[in-house]
Design a protein around this ligand. Structure first.
Ligand code: C5P
Length: 223
């Protein structure tokens, strides 16, 4: 049987990772958080002091280091750089501030897109990101565009930061979420946009379980 592929795209803080992981658990599929892959590159740039605006420098950096993506036990994508597991560092504010610039470089996207496609050829998978339904897996079994009001998305990110020990005002969080969406939507290659055949789900006033149920239903209807 051809692998089942579920693409979940949407703006920052819409709840994609949480929802995608639960859908993967319910349907016993693999889960790939493609944002973590772009974050891995941004993390490495921050650590090495690389100019994120230079595609050549970022590419050279990747050639000098060993970055690998592995499936962790609880379906998290484990990112290992030069033998060190850096997964828990990827959502830090410094990485979030750099990631959209790194993700706009065509050759970096090409590299990660190839890895994502190869993975989806070998496994049934739920993949979340910005360009999964439009570019990475245009023939995905089910495509979802998950969104929520900016204030709600900022509130969720603020809570995530709080748990990591960072305090960011809601006002600043709204600004940073909107700025990241702007950069992701305006880039020339693989911008954040809803695929024509995606189902839009607004999670502003919905529980995680409700959204998961809706997506599982879409998958069941697709068979
Ligand atoms: O989903 P997450 O917030 O972790 O994504 C971090 C960033 O990675 C996004 O803001 C975007 O710049 C980039 N990204 C991307 N394409 C994807 C997934 C993430 O450009 N498929």
């Amino acid at each position: 049987m051809a692998p089942v592929t579920i693409a979940i795209d949407g703006p920052a803080g819409a709840g994609k990772s949480t929802v995608a992981k639960r859908v993967a658990e319910r349907l016993n599929l693999m889960y790939v958080d493609t944002g973590a892959m772009y974050r891995a590159v941004a993390y490495l740039c921050a650590k090495e002091g690389t100019n994120v605006h230079s595609e050549k420098d970022v590419e050279a950096l990747l050639e000098q280091h060993c970055v690998s993506f592995e499936q962790g036990e609880d379906r998290t994508l484990q990112v290992v750089i030069d033998g060190v597991d850096v997964t828990s560092r990827l959502r830090e504010p410094e990485v979030s501030a750099l990631v959209s610039t790194v993700a706009a470089h065509p050759r970096i996207r090409q590299l990660l897109t190839e890895w994502q496609r190869a993975f989806a050829e070998r496994h049934s998978v739920v993949m979340d990101g910005r360009d999964i339904g439009t570019v990475v897996l245009p023939h995905a079994t089910v495509k979802v565009f998950l969104t929520a009001a900016p204030e709600e998305r900022a509130r969720r990110r603020q809570e995530e930061y709080r748990r990591m020990g960072y305090h960011v005002s809601l006002e600043d969080m709204v600004k940073s979420v909107i700025e990241r969406d702007r950069k992701d939507s305006e880039r020339s290659i693989a911008p954040l946009r809803m695929a024509d055949d995606a189902v839009r789900i607004d999670s502003t006033d919905k529980s995680i379980e409700t959204v998961v149920d809706e997506i599982v239903q879409l998958v069941e209807n697709a068979h």
